[in-house]
Design a protein around this ligand. Structure first.
Ligand code: ZN
Length: 282
C-alpha cells in the first residue's frame, strides 16, 4: 500500500435508472418499480464504516427527493455528497438550458437533504464528451467546483480518448473547474479502463489491483474508483433489455461486494475532496 489516497465514488441510483435500460424503462414508469437503492446504499455505508473509508456519493436528485433520510445518513457518516444530476439524462442529449435545470434542481434537492454544500458533479454514463464540453461552463455558472464525468477512453456511449488521464484543471470561458477523470492505464497507443463499474465486476479482480497499483506506484497518482449500489445486489429484479446491456448489468453481481471488501483492504481511499486537496487543485 502506498501513501496515495484514491477516490472512492458511488453513483447513487436505482437498478432501473441506468442508461442501458433507457429504451425499455421510460422515466414516467420509475415510480412503479420496487426501489432498492436505499437498502443497497446502507449496505455500502456499513462496509465503508467497517473499514473506516470516507467516500464521495454522487446522488441522483430524483433519489434524494424521495429518500432524504438516506442522504442525511450519508452526510452523518462523514462522507461527501455530490450530484449525479436530477433525472439521469445523458448530457449530450440535452439542450444547454435543460442541462442547467437538471443540475440546478439536483444540487438544490441534495443540499436541502444533507445541509452540506454540493460542489461536485458526475454525469450519467460519463456523458461529457467532445459534443458536450459546454457543460463545464454551465457547471461553473451553477456553482459546481469540480467534475468527474470525463472518461479518457473509446466506448460506444461515452469517452474523450485524448483527454488528460489524471486529475487536472479545465479552463473555460466561465472559469476554472477541477476534473477527476475515470481511471485508465496507458498501454501503447490506448487507454484502458481499470477502476470501477463493469470493469471491476466483469474483468478479473487482478486487473483492477494491477491498474491501481501501477497508478499509485509507477505514476504516483490517485485512482478514481466508482461503483453503484445495485452492483452489490444480486437479487434485484431482472429487466428485459438487449443482451449487451444485460451482460454489462448482471455479470458477477454476486461476487462484487466481496471484491469491494478486498479492494478497500488493499488500497487507501477517501473522498474526491481529499484527492483535490492532496493535489492542491481546490
Ligand atoms: Zn448513473
Amino acid at each position: 500500500m502506498t501513501g496515495v489516497i484514491n477516490a472512492m465514488t458511488v453513483d447513487v441510483e436505482d437498478y432501473f435508472q441506468v442508461s442501458a435500460f433507457d429504451a425499455v424503462v421510460p422515466r414516467e414508469k420509475w415510480e412503479t418499480f420496487d426501489s432498492r437503492v436505499a437498502a443497497n446504499t446502507e449496505r455500502l455505508l456499513a462496509l465503508f464504516e467497517e473499514r473506516g473509508v470516507k467516500a464521495t456519493f454522487f446522488v441522483l436528485g430524483w433519489v434524494a427527493e424521495r429518500f432524504p433520510t438516506l442522504v442525511a445518513d450519508i452526510a452523518k457518516a462523514g462522507h461527501e455528497l455530490a450530484s449525479h444530476g436530477y433525472a439521469h439524462h445523458l448530457v449530450y442529449s440535452q439542450t444547454r438550458e435543460a442541462f442547467r435545470d437538471d443540475v440546478r434542481r439536483a444540487k438544490d434537492v441534495i443540499e436541502g437533504a444533507c445541509g452540506q454544500s454540493v460542489s461536485g458533479y458526475r454525469a450519467p454514463s460519463y456523458s461529457i464528451t467532445k459534443a458536450s464540453l459546454w457543460a463545464f461552463d454551465v457547471l461553473l455558472e451553477e456553482s459546481y467546483r469540480y467534475d468527474a464525468s470525463v472518461f479518457p477512453i473509446r466506448h460506444d456511449r461515452y469517452g474523450i480518448p485524448d483527454a488528460p488521464r489524471h486529475f487536472h484543471i479545465v479552463t473555460r470561458g466561465a472559469g476554472r473547474l477541477a476534473e477527476a477523470p475515470g481511471s485508465t492505464i496507458r498501454l501503447g497507443p490506448v487507454n484502458l479502463p481499470v477502476a470501477g463499474g463493469g470493469y471491476f465486476r466483469i474483468l478479473p479482480y487482478m486487473w483492477t489491483r494491477w491498474g491501481i497499483s501501477r497508478l499509485n506506484g509507477r505514476e504516483g497518482r490517485p485512482a478514481v474508483f466508482y461503483i453503484h449500489p445495485w452492483e452489490i445486489d444480486p437479487d434485484q429484479p431482472r429487466i428485459a433489455a438487449g443482451w449487451l446491456s444485460r451482460f454489462r448489468h448482471y455479470s458477477n453481481l454476486d461476487g462484487c461486494e466481496g471484491r469491494l471488501r478486498r479492494l478497500v483492504r488493499e488500497f487507501r481511499f477517501g473522498r474526491v475532496q481529499d484527492c483535490l486537496t492532496q493535489l492542491a487543485l481546490i
